[in-house]
Design a protein around this ligand. Structure first.
Ligand code: ZN
Length: 278
């Protein structure tokens, strides 16, 4: 469980806004971390934040996916087999079905073609996408998650950073569920995604957002703040600015917690982006 890990200032480093290259101004002090806002573009991010080596240690932690939205039954399908009701697993399935349906709606046709998921976790979404008819590939930083996706589910998942993955460009779909808020450089992340998606393809993602009601009302008590792992905090506006810099146009934002793709998520959104013609 990540809560058991204690980080000190030795594990952290200061970073600049990924869009403007300037230091942020303090919003919350969460020593040894800080939440700051860029004075130029308004992007909220964590600085100081964990150094890359400490981040890798965090995602290698076997407990990383447990106890969160991934529930306790992911590793062995335990909840399923024992017949226990697991609300986290039910939500996970609702999101997966809702996101696959959203994908069909925005494309105006059914499943089929090449789909890449970045941050594939244990491979649950990829497995569902494959069953729906997609040729599914994934990238996952956590060795535990990638191993499960490959060995238990038989999925094509590369373990490592997106930039290092040996992928053939021209994907019809690139998905990144709750991933871009974790990556060291979101601009580089979206530029890589842009280089991988076909010109007529589509990019779908989800993130928490810092202009949500819970984030604004709860301040440092916002449950999604988690400064070790959530190192960028977007709004629909900063998402649009960032994506545009990477050659992607944000075409749709789903914020309603009643939408299946975002079910029950008061502080998160689902975004749809299209490549801007080069
Ligand atoms: Zn900025």
């Amino acid at each position: 469980m990540t809560a058991a890990v204690t980080w000190t200032s030795e594990d952290t480093e200061e970073v600049d806004c990924c869009l403007c290259g300037v230091r942020g101004r303090p919003v919350h002090d969460l020593a040894p971390f800080g939440v700051v806002r860029c004075p130029r573009c308004g992007l909220v991010f964590v600085s100081p934040r964990l150094r890359p080596e400490a981040l890798q240690r965090l995602y290698d932690d076997v407990g990383y996916f447990e106890g969160g939205v991934y529930g306790g039954g992911v590793e062995d399908g335990g909840a399923e087999r024992s017949g226990r009701f697991d609300p986290a697993m039910l939500l996970q399935r609702t999101w997966t079905a809702g996101r696959l349906a959203l994908l069909d709606r925005v494309r105006g046709r059914g499943a089929g073609g090449r789909l890449l998921e970045v941050g594939a976790g244990y491979g649950l979404f990829l497995d569902a996408a494959r069953r729906a008819g997609w040729e599914a590939s994934g990238v996952e930083l956590s060795r535990t998650g990638a191993r499960h996706a490959r060995e238990v589910l038989g999925l094509d998942v590369f373990c490592g950073q997106l930039a290092d993955a040996p992928l053939r460009p021209g994907f019809d779909v690139v998905c990144a569920w709750d991933t871009v808020e974790h990556v060291p450089d979101p601009l580089e992340f979206w530029r890589t995604a842009r280089s991988l998606v076909a010109d007529d393809g589509v990019v779908l993602f989800s993130t928490p957002y810092v202009s949500s009601l819970p984030a604004r009302l709860l301040g440092t008590r916002w449950w999604t703040l988690k400064p070790a792992e959530h190192i960028w905090h977007f709004t629909p506006r900063t998402h649009a600015v960032l994506l545009a810099r990477a050659g992607l146009a944000l075409t749709r934002v789903v914020r309603s917690p009643l939408a299946a793709a975002n079910a029950g998520r008061l502080d998160s959104l689902v975004g749809v982006a299209r490549p801007v013609p080069r």
